[in-house]
Design a protein around this ligand. Structure first.
Ligand code: 5GP
Ligand code: ZN
Length: 113
């Protein structure tokens, strides 16, 4: 756990989040400012700053997170959705702990803004 990291604190249960799923490696919780009718985030419990911090020592958790996204969306009855990860300030990353947004329930545009 990294000190002063909001999502490490949520993963540790120190700050509450509305949980969608949890296991020993990851946590899914609903975004506090939803951008779609369904909007949750999936994070590794270990601190990784962003996609740019993934390497061969920690990439297994990313495969696990995508398995969780595939299973959880099915359990929630979601068939069409978007998975987004912002990396760095210009791309819109505001929390420097790896997270995958899962957005669903409305028409979406491409390219994203
Ligand atoms: P980013 O901007 O880094 O791609 O995504 C961070 C997301 O975290 C944003 O969508 C923001 O609404 C969400 N967020 C920020 N603080 C909190 C919080 O305390 N609780 C929850 N559930 N979501 C948060
Ligand atoms: Zn963290």
């Amino acid at each position: 756990m990294k000190n002063d990291c909001l999502f490490c604190a949520i993963a540790a249960g120190e700050i509450p989040g509305r949980k969608a799923y949890e296991d020993d490696k990851c946590l899914a919780f609903y975004d506090i400012a939803p951008q779609a009718p369904v909007h949750f985030l999936v994070i590794p419990k270990e601190h990784i700053a962003s996609v740019a911090g993934i390497d061969d020592t920690n990439s297994a958790v990313v495969a696990h997170i995508f398995e969780v996204i595939s299973r959880l969306t099915k359990e929630l009855g979601i068939e069409s959705y978007r998975v987004v990860s912002n990396i760095g300030e210009q791309a819109g990353q505001s929390v420097p702990h790896l997270h995958f947004h899962v957005l669903s329930g409305r028409d979406m545009t491409w390219p994203p803004g």
